[in-house]
Design a protein around this ligand. Structure first.
Ligand SMILES: Nc1ncnc2c1ncn2[C@@H]1O[C@H](COP(=O)(O)OP(=O)(O)O)[C@@H](O)[C@H]1O
Ligand SMILES: [Mg+2]
Length: 1042
């Protein structure tokens, strides 16, 4: 074949198109972060609005706003000032470009790139009246052919394929080849798909039918194999050949129109933290497309590139001519305008920024007609490989599945065949249209709006079964759909659905078990996740907008029925209706993962893996050490039904595993061996320690040197009690002697710079559900106080229902800092409960980086110490030893200084008193801690401070009143502390899931509030009384003195 090189015009052209807000984005109150001017596109960082990035591409299409819908449903610009670009404008540049290239004999490629939902398919295929580039290009091509001179001949063939998980599926073929069609390489042809159907077409109506057929196959694949279309690439290829008998030559062009898979998974599917390699080959083609583009962009800027990895994926093999080869190529980047998609949009813009550097070597594909005459004799001009313009070897044609006499087929014959098929289809479509008008039916609803409403199931009068088996009147494929799944009846103007035993049928979000009447526009889910919209009898219908009932609608409804909503995640800021973006993101994740988890469970069942997966929200009801809600994220709790082993998977890990599960499940569907070695099994993991819940122990009392004992619940992520922790926190002397009531301070600042010792004693863990569920299990508890470098764990205990732990650790702050005292007053100690399962090692902490005192107590509040230690060059063990000595010395000196100061003060005071009162009683001022006023030691919980009135008046009246006031305040502090605890308890007391339990809940809650109120009132009353008494006494004394 002769090729004529043409200069220039072979840089990849890049266009960007921004779509309107989606409903989801509107609900989230999204802001637009994109602006466009002429050829530039600017993206604004929503977190930092001044931070913008501007890109210049060949074309920028503003389809975000400034449009209206015409009567025929087409979106057009409103008014002359609107910069809105509709499908017509996009076709004007990109579509025309392709057609011009084709007529000139160039190969042309158009790729649509962007995250799922960004508008790739809208631009490529379009929706309803807003036809996209592919149909428009085809339509115009045939229109132009019709207007051409009669003495020229044209041939057009059409093929449509999908690449999913590195497998090629012919979308025009009814039979699916296991593991897909092979991509072969021919020295002349380059890469081509072996056995791909390429159908001759003579008008646009035929192309329309083929596209419908392809979409149907794609939809079936998506529902049957639960292969999400967003993960597949769709490639439509038109082979266009022109014959010029008078000039004795032919021109041919191969037009590739590619709707790429969603670009987002390149980052997010990540197998981070997973034992198993990244899930299947889902990302391979797209990632590798990026690698090829990068390599070509490097070449374009003069960098040396040794290898362009075309061969590393199916997509890049087929697109080899389009990238750096013989094709004029354009790329349209579809982007979302919303702030919540900022990262993804930025990454799309960066990706295509690289692509615009790629240079191609497009040539006009001409060949002499003489050479064609041999083939023309038999008119065997059918293309089978879609990737190149050259002739296919004759034996390849036989593999097309067109029968043993393929070689005798003529172009005219093939056209005739295609025409017949089209006519049959035409009749079927007319029949279907009629049935749609008269019969109640189900319409499929797919995650991909392009594939929604493609499958229609009519409910004829009488009764009919639905299920996987061909014998059913309604053959419905899909994960979790049984052979005989449900029966539908259409009797007396009413349609009902009845599930067969235990088959999953969900109507309007709620699972049903018995015969249920259907209403027009009811939402039905069969099996794990096959969604259908029920369209009732014509009399029930109005001109409603069906697009409202999209996939999101189904999932939101299902989530709501399960009690999950944005509000449940605690999202709204006061009166503001806009939910917290981070919470919304978690909710979106939940909605996205919910059907995937249902599918994974079904695969587990069918593959007999015995795993149950449950979608959870981590930290749904958990708070941090200061009581603030913790960052939430979705997670999947996995339980092995047989062994009771439990795992917790992150979202990324689950998604990765789900891909791997699908791969395994596909083997099962293809009738292949689905056995897999345990270490490669996505349904298996080594046992691990599981986080069960956390208990909060507020440390405020410690800041007042009060000891306390608590029985606190370990709450799981949902806020439900998992077990009860019995714990003591006791301030003590360095030697470990518990402090008494006399050591209680009024102001924590009194402890500033002093040595503080306290013991945390974990007494026992009561009623752990984890242990009750399986007697072979064990538990461990761990906590981290203040600046401890890592948590301390209690020893593992196994197979005991209510284990007695009795582990005590003494902590020492040598020089209590302001921050530490603040921490004590505002933070809780979080004790985590960990579940151990047979075969897993317990948690242990390294003692190496713990700093301990000479007595062996664990040091906290060591910031000052570590700053000192960091300065030296000595080995750390020596440093810590020396510093300990130094600190001890420092501390002793400080103590001596304090005593000295106190003695001096006392001396002065005594002198003063003597001077003032003369003969008045000798008094001495008490100053803690050197001279405790009361030697009474604490017993157990320190809720019993000596009441103010019990204090003996042994000093001057003034000193005595001060002391009494101090004691009264201490008691008040103590009660306030208790009140605080009660208040927190009320705050964390969550309403029950079950509405019927609301009454007892409200009763209990009001009881708790009443207790809290009573305590609060009585504390205030007591303080008032105590103070009044002191004032009264003081007055009396004054009177007496006078
Ligand atoms: N330019 C646009 N104008 C109007 N709606 C659009 C536009 N682009 C996308 N949409 C809508 O956004 C949704 C997602 O678009 P779609 O093309 O399916 O995304 P993708 O193929 O990238 O996953 C669809 O409902 C589609 O109708
Ligand atoms: Mg799409």
């Amino acid at each position: 074949m002769a090729t004529t090189p043409t200069p220039g015009a072979d840089r990849v052209r890049v266009a960007v198109r921004v779509r309107p807000f989606s409903q989801r984005e509107k609900n989230a109150g999204s802001k637009c972060v994109i602006s466009m001017h002429s050829r530039t596109t600017t993206i604004h960082d929503p977190k930092n609005p001044e931070h913008t990035k501007t890109f210049t591409f060949d074309l920028a299409y503003w389809s975000h706003n400034g449009f209206q819908m015409e009567k025929d449903g087409v979106f057009t610009a409103v008014g002359p000032t609107s910069k809105f670009a509709g499908q017509r404008e996009v076709f004007h540049d990109l579509g025309r470009g392709i057609l011009d290239s084709a007529w000139q004999g160039y190969n042309a490629t158009l790729l649509a790139y962007g995250q799922t939902g960004s508008g790739k398919s809208y631009s490529m295929i379009g929706f309803g009246a807003n036809k996209g580039l592919i149909p428009k290009v085809c339509e115009e091509l045939f229109q132009a052919i019709e207007n051409r001179e009669r003495n020229q001949e044209y041939q057009v063939t059409f093929s449509m394929l999908e690449i999913y998980n590195e497998q090629v599926r012919d979308l025009l073929s009814r039979t699916k080849k296991p593991r897909g069609l092979r991509v072969r390489e021919d020295t002349q042809l380059g890469f081509y798909v072996d056995g791909l159907r390429s159908v001759p077409c003579e008008n646009y109506a035929q192309i329309e039918r083929l596209m419908e057929q392809g979409t149907r196959v794609r939809t079936m694949a998506s529902t049957n194999m639960n292969a999400s279309s967003s993960r597949s690439h769709m490639v439509i290829t038109l082979q266009f050949k022109q014959f010029f008998p008078d000039r004795g030559l032919t021109k041919q062009s191969c037009i590739n129109l590619v709707d790429l898979a969603g670009s987002e998974r390149q980052k997010t599917s990540g197998s981070e933290g997973d034992r198993l390699r990244e899930g299947s080959h889902v990302n391979l083609s797209l990632t590798n497309l990026g690698n090829v583009i990068s390599a070509l962009a490097d070449i374009a800027v003069g960098k040396k590139v040794l290898h362009i990895p075309y061969r590393d994926s199916v997509l890049t093999k087929l697109l080899q001519p389009a990238l750096g080869g013989n094709s004029r190529t354009a790329l349209i980047a579809a982007i979302s305008p919303a702030d919540i998609c900022y990262e993804e949009t930025l990454s799309t813009l960066r990706y295509v920024e690289r692509a615009k550097k790629v240079r191609n070597k497009a040539v006009v594909n001409t060949s002499a007609l003489v050479r064609e005459s041999r083939a023309a004799n038999s008119k065997l001009l059918l293309r089978c490989g879609h990737s190149r313009m050259a002739e296919q070897p004759a034996d390849l044609l036989a593999e097309l599945g067109l029968g043993p006499h393929t070689h005798q087929l003529t172009w005219a014959h093939l056209l005739e065949q295609a025409r017949e098929e089209w006519q049959q289809h035409h009749v079927a479509v007319a029949q279907e249209r009629q049935m749609l008008k008269t019969l109640p039916h189900l319409l499929n609803v797919n995650e991909d709006p392009q594939l929604t409403g493609v499958l229609k199931y009519f409910i004829q009068a009488g009764s009919c079964d639905a299920g996987q088996a061909e014998s059913n009147a309604l053959t419905l494929q899909g994960l979790g759909i049984s052979d005989k799944h449900a029966s539908f009846t259409n009797l007396d103007g009413q349609v009902t659905v009845t599930p067969y035993n235990k088959c999953n049928v969900v109507v309007n979000g709620v699972p049903i078990t018995t015969k249920t009447k259907l209403q027009h526009l009811d939402r039905i889910i069969l099996g794990s996740n096959s969604a259908y919209l029920y369209i009732g009898f014509p009399s029930e219908r109005a001109s409603e907008d069906l697009s409202r009932f999209d996939y999101d609608f189904f999932q939101l409804e299902r989530a709501a029925a399960q009690g999950m909503s944005v509000d449940k995640l605690g999202a709204r800021h006061g009166g503001n209706r806009r939910a917290d973006p981070s919470v919304l993101a978690v909710f979106q994740d939940y909605i996205k993962l919910m059907p995937l988890v249902a599918e994974a469970n079904q695969m587990s069942e069918e593959l007999k893996k015995g795993l149950t997966m449950e979608l959870k929200v981590k930290n749904l009801a958990s708070s941090d050490s200061r009581g603030y809600d913790l960052q939430k994220e979705v997670m999947v709790k996995v339980t092995n039904q047989r062994t009771h082993e439990v795992w917790v998977w992150s979202k990324a890990k689950f998604i990765n595993r789900k891909f791997l599960m699908e791969e395994l499940y596909q083997h099962l569907l293809d009738g292949e061996d689905s056995h897999i070695a345990q270490e490669d099994d996505p349904f298996w993991d080594p046992v691990e320690v599981v986080h069960l819940g956390s208990a909060h122990i507020w440390l405020q009392s410690l800041a007042y040197c009060m000891q306390f004992e608590e029985q606190v619940e370990f709450l799981n992520c949902d806020g439900l009690a998992e077990a009860v922790l019995h714990i003591h926190v006791t301030p003590c002397s360095p030697a470990g002697r518990a402090c008494g009531e006399e050591d209680v301070v009024i102001d924590p600042l009194e402890l500033l710079g002093k040595r503080m010792d306290f013991q945390i004693r974990i007494e026992r863990c009561l009623g752990a559900k984890w242990l009750k569920e399986d007697t072979e299990r064990g538990i461990q508890m761990g906590y981290r106080i203040y600046d401890l470098p890592h948590p301390l764990y209690t020893k593992p205990v196994w197979k005991i229902a209510n284990p007695q732990i009795e582990e005590s650790v003494q902590f020492t702050a040598l020089n209590a800092s302001q921050e530490f005292l603040n921490y004590l007053q505002t933070n809780a100690l979080i004790v985590d409960l960990w579940g151990l399962q047979e075969g897993c090692a317990g948690l242990s902490c390294s003692q190496l980086d713990l700093v301990v005192t000479a007595e062996g107590h664990v040091m906290v509040d060591t910031k000052k110490i570590s700053t000192l230690a960091d300065g030296g060059q000595m080995p750390s063990n020596q440093i810590s030893e020396l510093h300990l000595k130094l600190l001890k010395l420092e501390q002793e000196t400080e103590l001596l200084r304090n005593i000295n100061r106190a003695l001096r003060e006392e001396n002065m005071f005594l002198k003063d008193s003597l001077d003032k009162t003369g003969s008045c009683q000798q008094g001495k001022r008490l100053s803690r801690p050197h001279k405790p006023p009361n030697t009474q030691t604490g017993t157990g919980m320190t809720t019993r401070l000596p009441p103010a009135r019990e204090g003996k008046q042994t000093s001057t009246p003034q000193a005595g009143y001060d002391r009494e006031l101090a004691t009264a305040l201490k008691v008040f502090y103590q009660s306030m502390n208790m009140a605080r605890r009660q208040f927190l308890k009320v705050r964390h007391y969550k309403p029950p899931e079950d509405d019927q339990m609301l009454r007892p809940f409200v009763y209990q809650q009001s009881q708790m509030l009443k207790d809290f109120g009573d305590l609060f009132e009585s504390s205030l009353w007591k303080l008032k009384n105590d103070v009044a008494l002191i004032v009264k006494k003081k007055r009396e004394c004054l009177l007496y003195n006078k």
